[in-house]
Structure formats: C-alpha cells, structure tokens
Design a protein around this ligand. Structure first.
Ligand code: SF4
Ligand code: F3S
Ligand code: FES
Length: 232
C-alpha cells in the first residue's frame, strides 16, 4: 500500500518556522511508523532527524505525536492508522530538529526525585530481603522506560513547564513504595514543592498515553498519599 506520511519539520539552525513536509512511502500493513521514518531517511531525505535505539519498545527514545496521540513509533503499526499518517514532535519541550526534542528539563525533573534506593543502614551480609507482596507494591512503576509520552500529554505541563510531571512522579513511586527504601524525606523537596505532585489535576491523559500500560494517575495519587501520611 501507498502511505502519505506528513511530518512536522523544524530546523532551528536555519531559523525556519515549523512546516509540514509530505512523503509518499510504500508500506506493508504490519510496518511500524518507525519503519516508514527509516524509509524516508534512507531513501528519500537523509536530513530528517528523529531518535530511536532499540526498535522494540524498550528504550523509550522514539515517543512522538502520531495522528494526534503520543505513541512510540516502533510500537505503532500502519494497519492501525490508515493511509494518511501525521507525525509531530512531543509537545511542551523545545524542538532541536524535526522530531528530536530537548529533554534536559525532563531529565532534571527525573534527577530531582532521587531515582535510586536510599538506605543508610549498614547492608546485611547478603541481600536486603523483600517479600513478594512488598515487591508487587511498586511493580508497575518499574516498567517505566522514560519515554516522556505521559509528561508531554499533560495539560498542566503544557501550561506550566516547571511542573515536575508524571514520569518523574512514577520514578519516585518506584522507590517510595519499595520496602527497602528510606528516602521519602529526600524526595519531599521536589514532590511537595509548588511544582510537585499537587499540580496534578487528574486529567488522565498520562495514563492513556503510557505505552507500558502503567496506571500513571493512580500512581500519582499513591505518591500524594505517601506525602500526606508519611507512612514509609
Ligand atoms: Fe513513558 Fe509511561 Fe514512563 Fe511516562 S510512565 S515515561 S509514558 S513509560
Ligand atoms: Fe497531568 Fe496525568 Fe495529572 S495528565 S494532570 S499528570 S493525571
Ligand atoms: Fe526504543 Fe522505540 S526505539 S522504544
């Protein structure tokens, strides 16, 4: 089949305004949008810029807006989109070039929640043991691949880019609800700030956008509860 691929392109180096460029690409129904982008870059226009690494939904580098919805290009099939496909960069971050956005702010929010185990107690002779029930408590948060699809779908983030965003909160949840972690107080500074979790208005866009099926909004609510009751 022949697919019309419309890509919102921008090259700030040439101070050009964003503009749509249209390509006609031969595709199979089971091709992924990432395959189409490769076909354009390899055979039609090598100047097209986009990120990708694993090609299998693991690295989180190819999140973009496809037919108006945040998705991973490597997990989105042509058969589910039709013959006209529109691709844009994630919203809310500065565009470096074409589909590549600057993620500095995203990763500084990630660092602000101290996304690592904090436990000052001397380690036991072997591992810090954890029951299967306690491990299950934060299982869904471990599935996050830091693709930024959630944060860039959030209307609160669009209005105020200093909001820490759902992705960073999911990362905080992964450790706050880990029975071996004692770092809630360190994470409080970022989570309890005026740009922290309380900005969330339960819009649910983040939950719908997450390609890993993480219940993001529920996760945010659990982090709010942890801050309120400090039970950990
Ligand atoms: Fe991506 Fe989901 Fe992680 Fe958000 S929570 S960064 S959408 S994997
Ligand atoms: Fe935004 Fe998700 Fe909350 S979309 S408002 S972070 S529920
Ligand atoms: Fe790694 Fe799509 S290329 S998630």
């Amino acid at each position: 089949m022949q697919v019309t691929l419309k890509i919102l392109r921008r090259d700030p180096a040439n101070s050009a305004k964003p503009g749509w460029q249209t390509y006609s690409v031969e595709a199979e129904p089971m091709d992924r949008v990432l395959d189409l982008l490769h076909k354009v870059k390899w055979y039609q226009d090598s100047s097209l810029a986009f990120r990708r690494s694993c090609g299998h939904g693991v690295c989180g580098s190819d999140a973009m807006v496809i037919n108006g919805i945040n998705r991973l290009a490597c997990k989105t099939l042509v058969k589910d989109l039709g013959t006209v496909i529109q691709v844009e960069p994630l919203r809310g971050f500065p565009v470096e070039k074409d589909l590549v956005v600057n993620l500095d702010g995203f990763f500084s929010a990630y660092r602000a929640v101290h996304p690592y185990l904090i436990n000052e107690e001397s380690p036991p002779e072997r591992e810090r043991l954890q029951s299967p029930e306690d491990r299950a408590r934060f299982d869904s948060s471990t599935k996050c691949i830091l693709c930024a699809a959630c944060t860039t779908s959030c209307p609160v983030f669009w209005v105020n880019g200093s909001y820490i965003g759902p992705a960073a909160i999911v990362q905080a949840h992964r450790f706050i609800y880990d029975s071996r972690d004692h770092g809630l107080r360190e994470r409080m500074a970022a989570l309890n700030a005026s740009t922290g979790v309380w900005r969330c208005r339960t819009a649910y866009n983040c939950t719908e956008a997450c390609p890993r099926g993480i219940p993001v909004t529920q996760t945010i609510e659990e982090v709010k509860r942890a801050l309120l009751y400090d039970r950990f």
